[in-house]
Design a protein around this ligand. Structure first.
Ligand SMILES: Nc1ncnc2c1ncn2[C@@H]1O[C@H](COP(=O)(O)OP(=O)(O)OP(=O)(O)O)[C@@H](O)[C@H]1O
Ligand SMILES: [Zn+2]
Length: 823
């Protein structure tokens, strides 16, 4: 007898053990159907030879094996298990992250007649005379059609017996009664197709079509045979139609035995539908002659392909041409017959890289990210799985792409926090990519102009190979950065000013030179809060401990944490006072101010409010690239790796917003954001300039970003972190306990802390419990604990043990290993 372990898509459930009936094969990575409690679920086999000891006496059988070929490759199963273990997430949640859309079949219930339904039906009138017609209708339906999905019974019955006027509630009640008296029963099933590819009609000629005509054909039919003979492997019905050969003709040819109609699976192409983003640089040449620094970088990295696991950091200043290095490395990996995985933080924002790669590698490239439709993602995933693809570009979850023979893994903009998933499994895509590369024996290249301190430390201590590009291509200078002290500006121009006079003038000058500008403010909405001048209260979210943001165009106030929205009040909700003031500024306000400064300019705003629609970002970026837009106003979205050579001015409003956050990484984030956004200016022939408005002109993060002095910054910051005992010197785990009542949350967190301290003894520190900086979210109070120490393995193990020991906490606790946010 063989035992297998199975992950099922139920949060919080561990691996389950089942017996594999003799004769069935279910190697690791195949999908199976199993019974879990009353339900049938799809599961994924993670271990196909579980030990016989310490398993429960009564085991259930695997009910069905869904795949004859492994569904998830073993490397991917291994990576998912690693993620689950490292980030303390359930195996089901992690496997779900690794699965393509529709990978899990849906678990459902059908309603069927009980064996003795005939008898039972006769009892119905006696017990429940009033509803007899409905009961009869249900039984008649099941008699006629066999089992019906429970969730569809009401609809089907209502459709069959219109004159009964049975509402869904009446029918559901009747079903419950029939279940109770045993007239019908429920059966668990799994529904959905194991294969959900898109099928297209293909017309193929039969051998007879190649023989000289024996029947007399009409002119149209003869022409059609001519076309078909020219495409012996078949032709898409749609293409035939475009050539004037419609379904009438095809049907006639089929009747004559000259053609066959087939359904073939075709891949949905995200590039054609635009969901992969539109190109920023369609006309640019692909492989450029390399600069000396690029040549050196390539010479250092390329020989590492095929040499087993090799981690490397490519630290290249903004505009140093890292993309060209990636492109050539990818080509080299392909020549060595190894697969390539390129991770990017957000595909819509880095579509230029995707389309460059697509142009270079064509059909051998697939794209994986959540912005694709389910169908597109499904098709792309299966193309990769079938081995039709050598290169995958994608966001975080593409780290699970079923790509074989991986030889090169690139993580572009490795410092970007978008790589960390903010729901379970809370994994870091970059770190998972390193593990994937390690297991595959691949070269891993982490690229950035502003590497994270974690990565920098590995590189500077020699664990990662460090490759640097210190110059922009063609010796273009970095942008000049000017810091504008807003304390002076407020004093001279008044408290209402948003864009200082120097920034307004720079925008006007830029516009009159017909060049382009970007203005960054990392906060959306019109104003971050609404203040009553009468009572001094700000309008707060009813569910969260934050103020509501004013969205003036939408005439609403909105919570940026829980999504709560209400009409923009005209009087104070507390005191009915009439003098409400918008305090602070957001991108919507900046857009208005830029327009006031440059009334002729064409302005587009890029933030989560304007970019909700799928493909919207691609459209705006394409318009900016085509110079149909003069100024982009936006949040950090505009600071990502964009390459618009005509941008010569970057303005930053309130550079210090991020410094006020209660997070030890505040300075690092601010430095990265300012360096990156300043790096968007002056990437073409004309010189670039950045104007940075701030109330803290002397803050080291701002001063060093203005000088683009990465080395100085990391030196300073590493020292600070060491002194304060923070990562990258120590590891952290963040634990948040939630409850409606703060007192309960505090009490539970206190118990958990005691347990952690008892189990952890001297091996690490436990800080807290204390109310989290974001103390209330979605109606729940949040209390925080931190674990801090050098022995991350011990911290993880103890956390797992402590939480397993408090089952009542399980649904109310969030564990974040290597947290990036302290809120
Ligand atoms: N060898 C080269 N010769 C000429 N132009 C080049 C060369 N390499 C890159 N470029 C151009 O330089 C610009 C910057 O390159 P790229 O976008 O790769 O920079 P990057 O290092 O990724 O910068 P960032 O970190 O800011 O995203 C692009 O317009 C690119 O086409
Ligand atoms: Zn809220």
């Amino acid at each position: 007898m063989r035992l297998v372990r199975v992950a099922v898509p139920v949060p919080g459930l561990g691996l389950l053990t089942y017996r594999l009936p003799d004769g069935l094969q279910a190697p690791r990575g195949t999908r199976v159907v199993v019974q879990v409690g009353p339900r049938k679920l799809t599961g994924l086999v993670t271990h196909d030879n579980a030990p016989l000891d310490d398993t429960p006496a009564r085991l259930r059988d695997i009910l069905e094996v869904l795949d004859d070929v492994t569904f998830l490759p073993e490397e991917v199963v291994d990576l998912a298990l690693w993620v689950g273990d490292y980030y303390l997430a359930g195996p089901g949640e992690v496997m779900s992250a690794a699965m393509p859309p529709k990978g899990w079949l849906r678990s459902d219930m059908t309603l069927a007649l009980a064996e003795d339904a005939a008898d039972a039906a006769q009892q119905v009138p006696r017990e429940l005379p009033l509803d007899q017609p409905v009961d009869e209708a249900i039984l008649a339906l099941l008699r006629a059609k066999g089992p019906v999905l429970r969730r569809q019974v009401a609809r089907v019955v209502a459709a069959r017996v219109r004159d009964l006027e049975a509402t869904p509630e009446i029918i559901s009640r009747a079903v419950r009664r029939l279940l109770k008296i045993g007239a019908v029963r429920l059966q668990p099933v799994v529904t959905g197709q194991a294969d959900a590819s898109r099928k297209q009609r293909w017309i193929r000629p039969t051998p007879a079509a190649f023989e000289p005509a024996t029947t007399r054909l009409g002119a149209k039919q003869a022409a059609a045979v001519g076309v078909l003979v020219g495409t012996p492997e078949g032709i898409d019905a749609g293409v035939l139609r475009e050539q004037g050969i419609g379904s009438e003709v095809v049907r006639r040819l089929v009747a004559l035995g000259l053609a066959i109609v087939e359904w073939r699976a075709v891949a949905r192409d995200p590039f054609a539908s635009g969901s992969a983003g539109t190109s920023e640089a369609l006309a640019a040449p692909l492989f450029l002659p390399m600069t000396p620094e690029q040549t050196d970088a390539l010479a250092a990295l390329q020989p590492l392909i095929g040499q087993g696991f090799q981690p490397a950091l490519l630290h290249g200043v903004t505009g140093s041409g890292k993309t060209q290095v990636y492109l050539r490395l990818a080509r080299a990996a392909l020549e060595a017959e190894r697969g390539v995985l390129l991770l990017v933080p957000e595909i819509a924002l880095t579509s230029a890289v995707a389309s460059l790669f697509r142009r270079a590698f064509g059909e051998r490239l697939a794209i994986q990210h959540s912005g694709l439709s389910d169908g597109e993602r499904y098709d792309q995933w299966h193309r990769i799985r079938r081995g039709e693809v050598d290169i995958v570009i994608g966001t975080r979850s593409a780290v699970f792409a079923p790509l074989p023979r991986l030889g090169l893994v690139i993580v572009d903009e490795e410092h970007d926090t978008a790589y960390k998933q903010d729901e379970s499994p809370r994994y870091h895509g970059r770190d998972a990519a390193l593990v994937r590369a390690r297991d595959a024996g691949a070269l891993a290249v982490l690229g950035s102009a502003t590497p994270s301190l974690e990565t920098w430390r590995h590189a500077s201590e020699g664990r990662y190979r460090l490759v640097r590009m210190r110059q922009r291509v063609n010796d273009r200078p970095l942008a000049d950065v000017r810091i504008i002290d807003m304390r002076d500006v407020l004093a001279s121009e008044g408290p209402e000013v948003v864009l200082s006079q120097p920034l307004r003038e720079a925008l006007q000058a830029c516009f009159s030179r017909r060049e382009q500008a970007m203005v960054l403010l990392n906060r959306r909405g019109y104003a971050p809060s609404l203040l009553c001048r009468g009572c001094g209260k700000t309008t707060e979210c009813p569910n969260c401990a934050v103020t509501l943001t004013v969205h003036r165009r939408a005439a609403q106030v909105r919570c940026h944490y829980c999504g709560h929205a209400a009409p923009l009040p005209s009087t104070c909700p507390s005191c009915q006072g009439e003098f409400l003031e918008y305090t602070g500024v957001g991108t919507e306000r900046v857009e208005q101010e830029v327009l006031a400064a440059c009334p002729q300019a064409r302005i587009a705003r890029v933030d989560r409010d304007t970019m909700q629609r799928r493909g919207a970002i691609g459209t705006v970026l394409a318009r900016f690239a085509a110079r149909e837009v003069d100024v982009l106003v936006g949040t950090q979205m505009i600071a990502k790796g964009h390459d618009f050579p005509q941008v010569t001015l970057v303005g930053v409003v309130s550079a210090d917003i991020g410094l006020g956050v209660a997070d030890f990484r505040a300075a690092e984030r601010t430095f990265q954001l300012l360096t990156q956004v300043a790096g968007r200016a002056g990437r073409g022939d004309a010189r670039g300039e950045a104007l940075v408005q701030t109330l803290h002109p002397k803050h080291y993060a701002i001063v060093m970003a203005a000088r683009q002095a990465y080395d100085d910054f990391v030196g300073h910051e590493l020292e600070f972190r060491e002194r304060m005992r923070y990562p990258p010197w120590l590891s952290m785990i963040n634990i948040v306990v939630r409850h409606e009542s703060l007192a309960t949350a505090l009490k539970d967190a206190g118990l958990l802390a005691e347990k952690l301290r008892a189990l952890g003894a001297e091996r690490f520190g436990v800080l807290g419990p204390a109310p989290a900086p974001l103390g209330r979210l979605r109606g729940e109070s949040r209390v925080q604990l931190f674990l801090k120490g050098r022995d991350r393995a011990a911290m993880r193990q103890v956390t797992r043990q402590a939480i397993t020991g408090m089952p009542s906490l399980q649904k109310r606790v969030t564990v974040d290993v290597d947290p990036l946010s302290m809120l």
